[in-house]
Design a protein around this ligand. Structure first.
Ligand SMILES: NC(=O)c1ccc[n+]([C@@H]2O[C@H](COP(=O)([O-])OP(=O)(O)OC[C@H]3O[C@@H](n4cnc5c(N)ncnc54)[C@H](O)[C@@H]3O)[C@@H](O)[C@H]2O)c1
Length: 409
């Protein structure tokens, strides 16, 4: 029975708690968080996930579990990882450390994260759920034979859009790391690159050639939206962030020389049902498409019945409406790939290995995110084969992340 311990008990931790209900051979043994730990632990116990205990200190929790998970906001990633590594140095025998996306807010932070885990040699899992979405993995399996005879995918499009994040810290670029590109672009560029990657090759197999990014603040810098953010303590007159990003990158297969393009689009202005993930992959003679809002289930609530409306997020993540025709997704943890990423990480840690996606991979995604911002700032396509560009990226902090977004948005 592998014992899981979570640092953080907010939105994503609850998604992971639900996901663990579909995983065998695990116990959610511990939770440690500034807020929400007791409630999360109670829900875990009620769901039969074990005797979930609340810990006041990270070290204490790490000594009682096999896997420590970092499910805290981006601005406390490093602090929490340092505490976990100290716990390992003080005797905690961890089989693995899990970190939610994004690994870091910039490359200096990502390098620090890697240095810390390498200092104790603990195995890692970078949680990028979209690569584990059953609709994506099943389509790839189904098309494997076509890919083998015709060649690999040459164009992918991926998008994640919703109406905006749930907590104020996500909106603040100095704490989160940016706007929608840092928050959701890390999913879209990762899954876009993955869909281009030939079957059987590692997720970091492709070599990035160039990247072109465009960001804008389209909705949340306008009234009445701007004032709504001010009420949450976020001032987009002073520290704006992008609510729209379009980033295109070209990759090359180092073995075959075949080139492919990934287009990633992200926005916080999807005033439509809930959260939408769109993926398209086009190969020579074949293709596949995914739309997370296509569901066999739906519900309808008329105005007459509106008095009895329940929390619509129980039906779909980021649902914005409580009446009319509503999309219902009966198993979101599986649909979005959370269950898949857990299965992969648990199996890897049991074997003493890194997960399919490890911290090194997370660092590579951080590089692509930084490169997207740098391309927008410089107003040009970045050559990612140029050693000078790669060197510059290592210490680069986007203006938006520095709180100087008004200079470029
Ligand atoms: N994979 C996905 O689709 C997905 C979705 C949502 C969030 N995330 C990622 O998960 C992470 C957490 O996001 P969230 O939405 O759960 O945030 P949240 O604000 O809802 O919850 C954060 C939790 O961390 C706790 N916390 C904050 N500072 C802490 C500290 N110093 N020590 C201990 N606990 C602390 C808070 O009390 C809270 O329980 C973010 O990095 C985010 O990018 C990923």
């Amino acid at each position: 029975m592998l014992k899981i311990g979570m640092v953080g008990a907010g939105f994503v931790a609850e998604f992971h708690r639900k996901s663990l209900e579909s995983i065998r051979g695990i116990e959610l043994a511990g939770v440690c968080a500034l807020k929400g730990a007791e409630e999360l632990a109670e829900r875990a116990r009620n769901a039969g996930l074990g005797d979930t205990k609340v810990y006041k200190s990270i070290e204490e929790m790490c000594k009682a579990v096999d896997v420590a998970c970092i499910f805290v906001p981006n601005f406390v990633r490093l602090t929490i990882l340092k505490e976990i590594i100290d716990a390992v140095k003080n005797g905690a025998e961890l089989k693995g450390i899990v970190c939610e996306k994004p690994l870091a807010r910039n490359m200096a932070e990502a390098d620090e994260m890697l240095k810390l885990v390498n200092s104790v040699g603990v195995k890692t899992a970078y949680f990028e759920n979209q690569i584990h979405m059953p609709s994506v993995t099943n389509a790839r399996t189904q098309l494997k034979a076509c890919e083998k005879s015709m060649g690999s995918v040459h164009l992918t499009r991926s998008a994640e859009e919703h109406g905006g994040p749930h907590e104020p810290w996500f909106w603040d670029p100095t704490r989160q790391g940016g706007g929608v590109w840092c928050d959701m672009g890390c999913h879209s560029i990762a899954v876009g690159m993955y869909m281009l990657t030939p079957s059987g090759k590692a997720p970091d197999h492709l070599k990035p050639l160039w990247i072109s990014g465009n960001m804008a603040l389209l909705k949340w810098g306008k009234e009445p939206w701007k004032s709504q953010l001010k009420e949450k303590g976020v001032d987009y007159d002073v520290t704006p962030a992008e609510d729209y990003a379009l980033v295109t990158a070209m990759f090359e297969d180092p073995e075959t020389g075949v080139k492919g393009v990934a287009q990633a689009t992200d926005s916080w202005m999807y005033d439509a049902p809930g959260l939408r993930l769109l993926m398209e992959a086009f190969g020579p003679g074949y293709s596949y498409t995914v739309n997370s809002l296509d569901s066999p289930a739906g519900i309808f609530i008329s105005d007459a019945a509106a008095d009895a409306i329940a929390d619509s997020e129980l039906a779909l993540e980021k649902a914005q409406a409580t009446r009319g025709a509503l999309v219902l997704q009966p198993n979101e943890p599986d649909l979005y790939g959370y269950v898949g990423e857990w299965k992969d990480a648990i199996a890897a840690f049991e074997k003493g290995e890194d997960a399919l996606l490890n911290f090194e991979y997370g660092r590579m995604i951080t590089m692509l995110i930084m490169a997207g911002y740098m391309s927008h700032e410089k107003g040009k396509v970045l050559d990612l084969t140029d050693p000078k560009v790669m060197e510059e990226l290592k210490t680069y902090v986007p203006k938006i992340q520095q709180g100087k977004g008004s200079e470029i948005l």
